[in-house]
Design a protein around this ligand. Structure first.
Ligand code: ZN
Length: 70
C-alpha cells in the first residue's frame, strides 16, 4: 500500500461520495479510486455483488460533492 500520495494534492475538484445501502459511505476524489474502494467494500460486505460490480453502476450510485466544504 502506498498511502503517501493520498493526501491533499491541490486539486480543487469535487469529491465523490458513494452511500451504500448498508449505511457505509465511501469517499474518493477520483472516479477510478471510488470504483476501487467500492469494489473492496462490496467484496467484504456484499459478497453477493462481488468484486466485479460495473464501474458505471458504482458511479451511478455516487454523488459529487464540492470539496470546498472541507
Ligand atoms: Zn455496503
Amino acid at each position: 500500500m502506498t498511502e503517501g500520495a493520498n493526501g491533499s494534492t491541490g486539486i480543487g475538484d469535487s469529491k465523490l461520495v458513494l452511500r451504500c445501502e448498508c449505511g457505509a459511505s465511501i469517499t474518493a476524489s477520483r472516479k477510478s479510486r471510488l470504483v476501487e474502494l467500492a469494489r473492496i467494500h462490496f467484496g467484504e460486505f456484499h459478497p453477493d455483488l462481488g468484486p466485479g460490480v460495473p464501474a458505471d453502476l458504482i458511479l451511478a450510485m455516487a454523488e459529487e460533492k464540492e470539496a470546498a466544504t472541507l
